[in-house]
Structures are given as C-alpha cells and as structure tokens.
Design a protein around this ligand. Sequence first.
Ligand code: N01
Length: 555
Amino acid sequence: MNVAVEKDIAKVGVQNSSEWDVLIVGAGFAGLYMLHKCQQRGYRVRLFEAGDGIGGTWYWNRYPGARVDVESMEYSYTFDAELEQKWSWSERYAAQPELQRYVNFCADYFDLWPNIQLNTKVTDAVYNEATGSWRIGTENGVNTTAKHCVMATGFLSSGQIPNFDGVDSYQGETYLTSKWPKEKVDFTGKTVSIIGTGSSAVQAIPLIAKEAEHLTVFQRTPPYSIPLRNEPLNKEFEKLVKSMYPEWRERQRWQSRAGFIAVNNEPTYPNDKSAIEVSEKERLADYEMRWRSGGLCYYSSFVDLLQNQEANDTLAEFVREKTRQRINDPELAELLLPRGYPIMAKRLCADTGYYETYNRDNVSLVSTKSDPIEKITARGIVVAGREYVSDVIIFATGFDAVTGAISRISVTGRGDRDLNDHWEGAPRAYLGLISTGFPNLFFLDGPCANGALVSPMLLSEHQVEWVDRCIAHSGLEEGASVEPRPESEDEWMVHMHEVGKDSLLHKANSWYMGANIPGKPRALLSYLGGLENYRQQTEAGESDNYRKLVVSKVA
Ligand code: N01
C-alpha cells in the first residue's frame, strides 16, 4: 500500500478490506466530477478509463466537425463558481479539441490526475456478499476491489458498425466516427462513402465534402436538422452570463425543461403553451425566433410538441419548408426531407451547411430507404445492384446507446445474478441510479434517467451529488451495503413508463428506444419527465432517511 493510500485511510478513519472505497469507471464529465467529490471526502478512490486520455465522448469522437450542440456557456461544469469565471470559450458551440482542452484543464484544476488510471478497460465486476464490496476485473489483467463502484460509462459510448454482408472484405480505408484516429485523416483526391445521416454524419459531411474528390452519402432515414449558427463567442453574451451565473444555473436546473435556457443570446423560459391552441401567427413567431437562434432550442418550444401529433406536424412542416429552401435541386430536396416520423422523436440534428453541401458537384446521395445496402465488397458498397466504388468508407452508424457500455461489462450482483438478465427486455434502475440486487453499484447518465433528453452535463452533476450523498449515508464499513427496495424500483419503472407512454418518441426507430440496434429489445430507455421533475423525484428518493433504499450496516 502506498503512502497516499495510508494517509487517505487515516483521513476516512474506517477499517475496510477493499482496496478502494470507490472505483469509478469512465473519465467523461460525469466520472471526473464523481472523482472530485470522492477526493473532497477523502476517500480512497480510483478512476479506470479505457482510453489513453480523458473526456469520454469528447476523447473518442474526433471526426471532422465534431462539436457540441448545446451552447458552450451552458455546456460546462456548474458546481464551481471560480472555474466558471476562469474559463473562457472561444466559440458559441465548442469544437471537440476545445472541449478536450477544457476537460484537461479541469483535471489539472481539481488535481484529479493522481487517481486516474488510463488504458484500463473494465471487463467485469462481481459483488461479494460477505464483504459488501465489488471485485473489478480489467482487460489488462488488473484486478481490484472496491466498496462502491460507479459506472460513468456514458450513454453514447459503444459505437456500432452494422453487420453488413461482406463488411470485412472491404480493402479500402474505414473509419467509425465514434472511434476516429488522433492523426488527421486526409481525404484529398479520394472517393469517400459515408453511411448514416445522424448528428455525427451531419457534422462531418460538409467538411469531408470540401476535401474529397467525391463524397457519396448513404441515407436510410432523412434527419430533421436545424442550422447551428455557430460563431465566435459573443463577448457581450459571455459577460452577461458570467455576471449572473448563479441565477443562470438555477434556471438551467429548475426552469428549463431540458437544461438550457439561452435563445438568441438571452436567458429564456420554456414555452408552456400548446402549439395548437395558439394562433398560427403566434406559433410561427416562436418557430421563426428559434430558427434565428439555431440549434436545439426547439426542445423548449411549445409544451405539447412531443406529445401531440398535430402539434408536432406544425413544427415538422415548418422545418421541412425551411430545409427545402436550402437545397437547389427540388428532386434531391424531396429525398432529403424528413417525413413519416415526428420531429424530435429521433434526436434533432444541428448542422453547419449540411443541406447546402448537397448543392456541390462532388456530393451525391444514395437513398437506402427502399433499397437497403445489399453488401460491402472489396471495392465499395452495393445498393440496388450497383457498386459504389470508394477509397474510403466512413461508418457514421451510431451507438448501442444508453445500455451498451454497461451491458458489455459482465456485472454479477447478489445471488450471482447477471445485470443483463435483470435488464432483459428493458433496463431497470431506481431513479436510473441503482438496481435492486446490485448493491453499492451506481450508474451515471445510465438508463431510466433522462440523459437522452436533457443536457447531460446538468443531469450528471445532479446524479453525482446524489450518489455522493448516498455513499456517505450508507458508509464504507465492511458489510455495509445500499440498494433499492424491490418495490421502489418497481414504482420508478411504473412511473417512468406512465410519464413516457404517450410520447411521440414511440413513433420513431431511434436509439432512444433501442430501435437502432438489430435484436435489441424495443423499449423506452430514458425518463421523459424533464429535468426539474427528475430532480424532484431524486430528492424525494433521499427523504425519510432513504426509506426507498435498503441500507444494511455491519451487525
Ligand atoms: O448516430 P445516429 P450518431 N444501414 O444513431 C444509420 C449524439 N451526438 O452518431 O436513422 C443504413 O443518430 C442511421 O439510419 P436510421 C446525439 O445525441 C451529438 O450520428 O437508423 N444506415 C442513422 O442515419 C445523437 O443523436 C452530437 O435509419 C444505418 C445513422 O446511421 C447521437 O449522438 C454529435 C444502419 C446513425 O445515426 C448519435 O448520433 C454527434 C444500417 N444498417 C452525436 N445502421 C453533438 O453534440 C445505422 N444507420 C452535435
């Protein structure tokens, strides 16, 4: 045992047979904040990260054009007032390299590095009922034990390449957007194919088109995409936000619906009116105002947009009409326009020149809606009997979202129960934070919470603080454990499905529903009650001395 560890044990002042009080898996924003909280408590804590750098999604997704589509001033840690004032963003929406610089700056600022272990991919976790602790195994053979284990593995971290016939026979270069190389990829003079038109592709396509000899886009479902309107950060806006950050953050937390309030460089409240009860003039004024602002602010538009098809149709038609104007060729526009599913039922995309890219001579579109990709050959992609020969294929084909990263770790709880068995059909977790039969194991940004529909930064900070208090409450002593009562987990699942049952999300084949992965059970994976409601529910979960949980102590 090293000196630092001995010092920490003295600080915590408990006897513990585990090597670590808390083991955190994943060095994204959530895992790093968890680490900071544990360090503040003086716990013996370790964070294992699979990559050779930190940042989670912002470490892996380095494809051209990768940038956040929540405003930088709102997509940053909210828990430290000094940090908020110290850091300055250069753009309205930070690009991947700047986000990585921010994450590294935070790790320095909070002195997190001594407890981060890179290149350490967790493969399995087994609960020991006698000691109330977890044994954690890793790909490189490091095994350790921890009293509490926090899975901060991310909800968009398991990239997927569909199992296309012949995919391994392809002889050209291949790239997956979510595992992009660190070195710049040069497309100059190359014919490039990209499969997928979700958020990643929509960001990458305009930049790759500028470089490639020819770019062919294989689109199955046209996305709804809103202009992002990125620009250098408006200094007046930065000054405004920094002058009122405490109030701004409170409004993000409690009065925002999705965790962001900036629209057209002003703080706003979500629109609580119905899209179909207001006049057409009022409705269009709201849509136009948000179109001018750009990005994802339609999530705080009329309250019934994701509940009522008629309301949703008004926005879908508005966006289609705006989109039509961005594409020169009317026939091509018809292929690119999204139809047949509600807007926002798949996550809205936000783009910089996406549709205008199709006005270039070196870009073509292949619709695979009625003629799916038949196979991949040594030279390219075959659709409807035609081979599209390419030097490069880019897979922008998304993620085994929400549950994928956790499910790839073999997790064995009380009574040798496998977590994937407990989650068979649909994941189950009380408040999205902890599952019955898996004591002392916590999920951040996991299933059954609302990471998918609110700003992940706001959600994960709130969850970290909840987990931090829960660990402090249950303790570190040998034999101590905490898990939800079975009826608490049942109640939460009933509540989650009740809240989500009328949502239009059910009408699209999206990762929200697990519907993008062949064979994955179709189920609502996230809580749709909004951020404020989720915060209230989790606070209630702590009431009456955590009566919804079973906290066992040493006899
Ligand atoms: O993945 P996606 P993504 N044959 O699942 C297609 C976040 N994000 O990486 O729609 C043919 O959205 C698939 O077609 P379809 C954001 O939350 C944020 O782009 O299933 N095509 C779709 O077009 C986002 O929602 C940011 O019919 C196949 C595409 O591949 C989430 O990450 C940036 C196919 C996958 O799109 C995921 O985005 C990037 C097949 N067999 C990502 N399988 C920002 O912050 C899949 N496709 C800006």
